[in-house]
Design a protein around this ligand. Structure first.
Ligand SMILES: [Zn+2]
Ligand SMILES: [Zn+2]
Length: 155
């Protein structure tokens, strides 16, 4: 990844209306991918969802200010865990997801909705996953996986 002075500054995670706005935990995500699973289609109301994965340290536990603003929708995952889905109560925009284990232990990373990251997210090169559920054609030369790639533990 090329380094420049801007790489040291966090990006901003922002909902559609601006009621929710906070810095990313690190200046750049750990990874970025586009997920074509049906769940992401429903959530986004679109063909796929984009996940920018950041470490959760520095963001969780949420500041009192942020905790008072964000609403959470908790849904079960396939592997018996839960996904805490954070959204803006004013505009309904989903901003991030965090997986919590059956024993209540949260994952050390958080999945931020890519379109909510403001300030220079590097979109190039993101892999496409769960393409077996895709509703659009994905060029074969793009990095893609039928389901989960080996380097992602989604559940
Ligand atoms: Zn909002
Ligand atoms: Zn998905």
């Amino acid at each position: 990844m090329p380094s420049s002075p801007e790489d040291a500054n966090p990006l901003t995670i922002r909902c559609q209306c601006g009621y929710i706005s906070f810095p990313t935990p690190t200046p750049r995500p750990i990874t970025l991918y586009h997920c074509h699973c049906v769940s992401c289609q429903r959530q986004s109301g679109s063909a796929f969802g984009t996940s920018a994965i950041f470490p959760s340290a520095g963001l969780f536990p949420l500041s009192p200010h942020l905790a008072s603003r964000l609403k959470v929708f908790r849904r079960p995952t396939n592997a018996g865990r839960s996904a805490d889905c954070y959204f803006c109560p004013e505009c309904g925009c989903r901003v991030m997801h965090r997986i919590v284990g059956a024993d209540g232990t949260p994952r050390a990373s958080v999945s931020v909705k890519g379109g909510c990251v403001v300030g220079g997210l590097e979109w190039a090169g993101a892999a496409h996953i769960f393409v077996r559920e895709a509703v659009m054609k994905i060029p074969l030369e793009w990095e893609q996986y039928d389901g989960l790639p080996p380097w992602i533990k989604m559940d």
